[in-house]
Design a protein around this ligand. Sequence first.
Ligand code: THU
Length: 132
Amino acid sequence: MITHEQRAALIKAAIEVRERAYAPYSNYQVGAALLMADGTMVTGVNVENSSYGLTICAERTAVTTAITAGHRKILAVAVATDNAGSPCGACRQVLTEFAGDVPVYLVDKVGNGRDTTLYTLLPDHFGPEHLT
Ligand code: THU
């Protein structure tokens, strides 16, 4: 169960880290924050490239940072954008590798937006059980 304090802290972290997004081509800055099983928060931003297809989304930056730091289990996700936009399909799939049907908080730069869950965003996702 995520507390109100944890939810607020996660959203604040996503909004704050969004300032560091590198998005000179789209000008669509994204900040993501993950709450990990031990209570740690891990953040990420989108990092674009002049070879546009090499861009990495904020959510996947956060996931790779979390795994690099030794975390494996995501308890909640916050994503901050200009307009509380929804995560792309690739990021939804990558998040499911390390999260169950966790809360996902989608917010704009002042924290307005909506709460959803990962399985609402990506029902019937591909998982390791399909590889047997
Ligand atoms: N972007 C993200 O960082 N996360 C998403 O889930 C959707 C899109 C980024 C990629 C690109 O830098 C910019 O937003 C516009 O697509």
